[in-house]
Design a protein around this ligand. Structure first.
Ligand SMILES: [Zn+2]
Length: 229
């Protein structure tokens, strides 16, 4: 009776995941303390989704929704069921296979430079200068340029995940490192380019933005945590 009724787990992804952004480079370690053994890798990020199911499952039994989840067996079952739900999209993955540091999350922030926005509309991942960026999903390249202004060298790839169009924008890549061209079909994990610091960047990192057809940016960390796997 472990019915995971809904995948709308957004409300439970705490802002702390994002605000732990400052300089203190947090790893992709997630805010849920009970998943410590999983926090050291990207796999951990996937597991957070599972952990997130826990409150919902428990809530059905009348617990306060805050029941800090010491994930019991039900979570495991939910885990097994999880892949079926987002099947429509499938194949979503993080841009790096290894755990990376998040240096700045999505949302309000104090501007890191004069002229920088006080609202960060992407996710900054410090995988290291020259690290290979992989497409987060199958899709079609809609932008690929070395001359993207503040974005520097960047690529946009449009995908359909769960029946919804999602565009991923990969910014600040090294000049000349882009591995894809406009119109090209790519698969999840396919090489997109190398982490760099082109455009308005204070150092080498991947600035990743996600948006639907309305162009409104949303939190890549939450979305990837929900869909990657
Ligand atoms: Zn950024």
């Amino acid at each position: 009776m472990v019915v995971v009724g809904s995948l709308t787990m957004a409300p439970s992804l705490p802002a702390t995941a994002l605000s732990a952004s400052d300089a203190a480079a947090t790893t992709l370690a997630l805010p849920l303390p009970t998943t410590t053994e999983k926090s050291a890798s990207m796999v951990g990020a996937q597991n957070v989704v599972l952990a997130d199911f826990a409150p919902q499952t428990i809530a059905r039994d009348g617990y306060s929704s805050e029941a800090a989840p010491p994930p019991p067996p039900p979570v495991v079952e939910a885990a097994a069921a999880a892949p079926a739900a987002p099947a429509a999209g499938g194949g979503v993955q993080w841009p790096f296979p290894q755990a990376v540091r998040i240096s700045d999350g999505f949302g309000p922030r104090s501007a890191p430079c004069s002229g920088c926005s006080t609202f960060h509309d992407g996710l900054d991942m410090n995988a290291g200068d020259g690290a290979s960026i992989g497409s987060i999903a199958d899709g079609v390249v809609v932008t690929s340029t070395d001359d993207g202004g503040g974005y520097g060298a960047y690529v946009e790839i449009e995908s359909v995940v769960g029946g919804q169009t999602v565009t991923a924008l990969y910014a600040h890549m090294q000049l000349g490192s882009r591995g894809v061209s406009v119109g090209e079909h790519v698969t999840a994990g396919q090489f997109v380019g190398l982490v760099g610091s082109t455009g308005q960047a204070t150092g080498p990192h991947l600035h990743l933005e996600l948006f639907h057809t309305d162009g409104v940016r949303f939190d890549p960390y939450s979305w990837l945590t929900e869909h990657a796997g």
